[in-house]
Each structure stands twice: as C-alpha cells, then as structure tokens.
Design a protein around this ligand. Sequence first.
Ligand code: AMP
Length: 284
Amino acid sequence: MEVIKTAQQLDTQLNALRNKGKRIGFVPTMGALHQGHASLVERSVQENDITVVSVFVNPTQFNDPKDLENYPRTLEADCALLENMKVDFVFAPTAAEMYPEPDTRTFSYPPIDSVMEGPRRPGHFNGVCQVVSKLFDMVRPHRAYFGEKDFQQIAVIRAMVDDLKCDVEICPCPIIREESGLALSSRNTLLTPEERKTAVSISQTLFSSLDFAQQYSVSETHDHVVSTLNAIPGLEVEYFEIVNGKTLQPVSGWEDTDHIVGCITVYCGHRPVRLIDNITYKRA
Ligand code: AMP
C-alpha cells in the first residue's frame, strides 16, 4: 500500500494501471476510520482490481468551524487498518493540494438538497460536491462506494454525477451498526461512555418504529419517534423526516411510493454531538 499526498503522484500511478486495463474502485472518507468505512473498502477490494481510499477532512463541507476543529484525525491508525485490507493507495492530500485556489463553483440540486440536511447545514452539500467532483477528476474511478448512513448525500452525489456526466458507477453500501444498534460514526468517539449509551436509543427507537408503522399513519409514526427521543435526557431531535427514498420529499401515506425512508438527526450529550441515522420502512 502506498500513501500518496499529491494529485500528480496519484495520476502517474493510476494512469499506468488504467492503461493496463485495471478497474479502479474508490472510497472517499474523512478518516477516523471504523468498520463502517471498512465495509465500503472491503466491497471495493472485492469488486475492483485496484482500490484507492482518500482520507481528507474537507473544510468546505463544514458549516461550523468548531465541528471542523473537533473532527477526529487519526491518519496513522487509518493507514494501519487500510494496509490490512489490501488497499492499494491511500490518497491523503493537504487542503492546499485540494484547494490551491478557493473553489468558487456552486452545486445546487433542488429539491434533493433543499430538504433535511440541506437547509440545516448551509453550504454542506456544496462542499461535498466540490470535494467529491475534484476527487473523481483526480482518481477517475470506475466505481465509487458510499454509505447509506449518509442517505441524502448519496442522492446528491447521484444528481451531481448526472449533472457533470461523470463516468463512474455509484455503489451504495448498507449502514454498519454496533451490536447495540448505534450506527458507527467517526463522531461517536466524541461521546462520553454515558452519552454513547444514551445514543443507542436513536437506533432502538427507529427499529421499534418499524412495528409502530404497521398500525399507524406516517404522521403518527413521525410524532412517536420524535416524542420518544425528546423525552430522553441528553437527546434532542433536530429533524425526523419520512421521505420518498428517491426524491427525498416527505410522504404523507405509506402507500405513496414503494421506497420510504425515515431520516433523523439528533443532538446528543453535552457538546453536543450531531448524530444522523435512518431506517427503511419500505423498499420495492
Ligand atoms: P465520512 O468519513 O464520515 O465522510 O464517511 C465516508 C463514507 O463512509 C461515507 O460514504 C459514509 O456514508 C460511509 N459511512 C460512514 N459511517 C458508516 C456506517 N456506519 N455504515 C456504512 N457506511 C458508513
């Protein structure tokens, strides 16, 4: 495994392999890797000749400077994990390498990015599109792997790929959870052990809402999830939206469409840490 810092070095290495007909899989990450990331990497290693993992905490997608400052950075441990997984290249550029000049491009994909995370994290998806489009240009992968934990992000990336006509297959991967049900997240390391126990209620409530939804309406299910979680000290729901899995627009009834997902963001603990999760109610 080689750790590469510049786009030029990456280009030289990958061009040679591409010319030999090798298929390239790509996993973009912000590091502080855990088994959720590892599941994406594992799939890429299985499905492609060469796997590139990027580790870059992208400043343009953070709307809160404190969040950027607090974001965990563990490159050495990340490389050790990736080495064991038979990754070929880790691309770990500096911010100056990624943004020699400020990126003034704007990406806007309404209505997909105008709901849920969009209005609550102004500029977030724009930053995600800036960095992912640059990374796609640098890596030129055949396939790119994204986790369904960031459900809306995948929809935005798909819209961007259509818009920019990127020749890459987007491969969504299921959410990896702790045994407790808590969705793995780099941000979980910012929780105290006590807060971590509290955070388990997020996934538990989402899971139990699957049964609830059998008997109750969309709006009753919505209110049940929100009131259950808000009643737990240390948790505060920012939003819970039950949406069409393709358009991400709210649904009003379970029969509205054949793909329905509940997406939630909850503030947890003293800091507080912003945690996201989602649950599939219906999928054709
Ligand atoms: P991040 O480093 O948080 O930007 O995440 C990099 C990629 O890993 C994204 O595509 C995430 O959706 C994915 N990911 C993060 N956590 C999980 C998880 N628990 N299960 C599956 N994928 C995940």
